[in-house]
Design a protein around this ligand. Structure first.
Ligand code: ZN
Ligand code: ZN
Length: 286
């Protein structure tokens, strides 16, 4: 494979990654917007509306903040240091003593200071790189880590507060959908007769929702009824996906992952706590 072929392949993969991550961002924002709509207009209580609006707007704000600046190059914001101050363990100078530069992606020979990693997904170098998050379509760097952890913690809390008043009714609808699906001949033929159907019972539940919608046409028409009181698949799907994302957030926040610039627990926490919550807004893109 020639250098040109490799470049074309990586360019193609880069464009697809950008497209997929943009779709993920739109999906997450749609989920947040629909959740806000449900909480504000379909589930009552002034205190509930105020608290969910505060929580959801915080989640949306943090998510937007973390998504921004994908193409920015934060390294240029930092002045070139004296070569003598650049020391190991991080590679910062070549064997000849010149400063390390990056020629990958959009960097075009820009300075690559210590603790900088080139993110091939974003196509730029990131100072204090932690990891690239496909859900954000952006890198998580040290300056954004506090906002990232806040988002991971806030999402499950928001989900629990938002779902609390409608939890019982959603479970009732889900069980009703399962029952309807299980009692239907067609649903049994296409799904339940399969030995592993209960392992992926969400598909059976989906069929139940379709059947309830068909059965009630011209009668109760639940598809146009109250979004919470009547069984609506999009409400259950929103709750289900948010539940999965909340579980993922908790696991992501609790489980340690490999950090390429690990300084040890104590020093990591020291540096982390010194960073402001929204440092990129105060200091420029990171
Ligand atoms: Zn770079
Ligand atoms: Zn990245």
């Amino acid at each position: 494979m020639t250098v040109c072929d490799t470049w074309l392949l990586s360019s193609f993969a880069f464009k697809w990654t950008v497209l997929i991550e943009t779709i993920v961002q739109v999906f997450v924002f749609s989920l947040i917007a629909f959740g806000w709509y449900l909480c504000t207009f379909h589930i009552g209580g002034n205190l509930y509306i105020v608290s969910t609006n505060l929580l959801i707007s915080s989640v949306a704000g943090l998510y937007l903040y973390l998504c921004l600046g994908r193409r920015s190059h934060n390294v240029a914001l930092y002045p070139l240091p004296e070569k003598i101050l650049l020391t190991e363990p991080y590679q910062c100078a070549t064997k000849t003593g010149d400063l390390v530069v990056c020629n990958k992606g959009d960097c075009n020979g820009k300075w690559k200071p210590p603790r900088t990693h080139h993110c091939s997904t974003c196509g730029v170098c990131r100072l204090d790189f932690d990891h690239h998050c496909p859900w954000l379509g952006n890198c998580v760097t040290l300056s954004k880590l506090k906002a990232f952890i806040c988002l991971l913690c806030l999402l499950p809390v928001t989900f629990l507060v938002a779902i609390f008043p409608i939890c019982r009714i959603l479970i009732t609808h889900a069980l009703l959908a399962l029952k309807t699906s299980h009692q239907n001949t067609w649903a049994n033929e296409v799904w339940w007769d399969w030995w592993g159907s209960w392992v992926v019972c969400a598909v059976g539940m989906l069929l139940g929702y379709i059947l309830m919608k068909v059965d009630c046409q011209g009668d109760l028409t639940p598809q146009y009824g109250h979004l919470v009181e009547e069984p609506h698949l999009r409400v259950l799907a929103t709750a289900g996906i948010t539940l999965l994302l909340s579980i993922f957030s908790v696991v992501r926040a609790v489980l340690p992952n490999e950090r390429i610039y690990d300084l040890g627990l104590f020093q990591n926490w020291q540096i982390f706590l010194k960073k402001p919550l929204l440092s990129a807004l105060l200091q420029g893109p990171c």
